[in-house]
Design a protein around this ligand. Structure first.
Ligand code: C5P
Length: 234
């Protein structure tokens, strides 16, 4: 199964993003994640431009709407040629199936589609009191991941610490895409449940999503190489 390091390009403008990506002009082109802020401020052109520079793209815009709307939005993303995108599993199995249908091109190819289970910003208390979901947060995560697998999705975004449990419930080929990565000697910032690239590999992450340990490093290219070394054992 493919394993890779995805750099979270959490920049607010195309200008900053390209200045950062210019550092990788020579050598391996990293797989990058762009999110809502950049996509909504710069539009689809930012995706086309990053693709033109030879990067794979995880478009992290977490769609959640009625199945028909999600299907049509996914069709648009598929024609943009992103490599990975996502939906909220809370949208139901029917919505996830519609997303897959929308993503699938006439030649049968499609980007990878993964689901967000419970956002890490949602505490168990809020989930139970505000959303009236009575189960524990861990049960919800595994149930939502199983729903994503049933809908035919490729995997979920989860904590590296949950990767083994997700694979036990959904099968070893079900992808785990895991943020919350820090080097043993780097700051944790606002992340709480963190692990190192090497540990994420041992637990079974397929893709690690790494932001500030690379983007805020004095030498981002060296930090990226270190991630590859630790995660892929390259
Ligand atoms: O800078 P850092 O490595 O913490 O960035 C992690 C990236 O992964 C950010 O883009 C963040 O929004 C995203 N993410 C996360 N935790 C989740 C889902 C996504 O940190 N549960």
């Amino acid at each position: 199964m493919p394993k890779d390091v995805i750099i979270a390009c959490d920049f607010s403008s195309a200008h900053q993003t390209f200045d950062f990506l210019d550092l990788f002009r020579n050598g391996r082109k990293p797989f990058v994640k762009i999110g809502m802020e950049l996509f909504y401020s710069e539009g689809p052109e930012i995706v086309r431009e990053i693709k033109k520079r030879g990067h794979s793209i995880f478009l992290d815009i977490k769609l959640h709407d009625i199945p028909n709307t999600v299907k049509k939005a996914m069709k648009a993303l598929s024609s943009l040629d992103v490599d990975m995108c996502n939906v909220h599993a809370a949208g139901t199995i029917e919505m996830m199936r519609a997303a897959l249908e929308g993503l699938t091109r006439s030649d049968g190819t499609r980007p990878l589609l993964i689901a967000v289970t419970q956002l890490t910003s949602t505490s168990e208390e809020r989930m139970q009191k505000e959303l009236l979901i009575g189960a524990s947060i861990d049960e919800t995560i595994i149930k939502y991941a199983s729903n994503a697998a049933e809908a035919g999705l490729d995997g979920v975004v989860c904590s590296p610490l949950e990767a083994a449990e997700v694979k036990a419930a959904c099968g070893s080929n079900f992808l785990t895409v895991t943020p919350g990565i820090r080097f043993a000697d780097s700051a944790s910032d606002d992340q709480v449940r963190i692990t190192t690239p090497a540990k994420a590999r041992q637990i079974g992450s397929d893709y690690i999503v790494v932001g500030r340990p690379i983007t805020a490093a004095a030498d981002p290219v060296a930090a990226y190489r270190r991630c590859l070394d630790e995660f892929l054992n390259e």
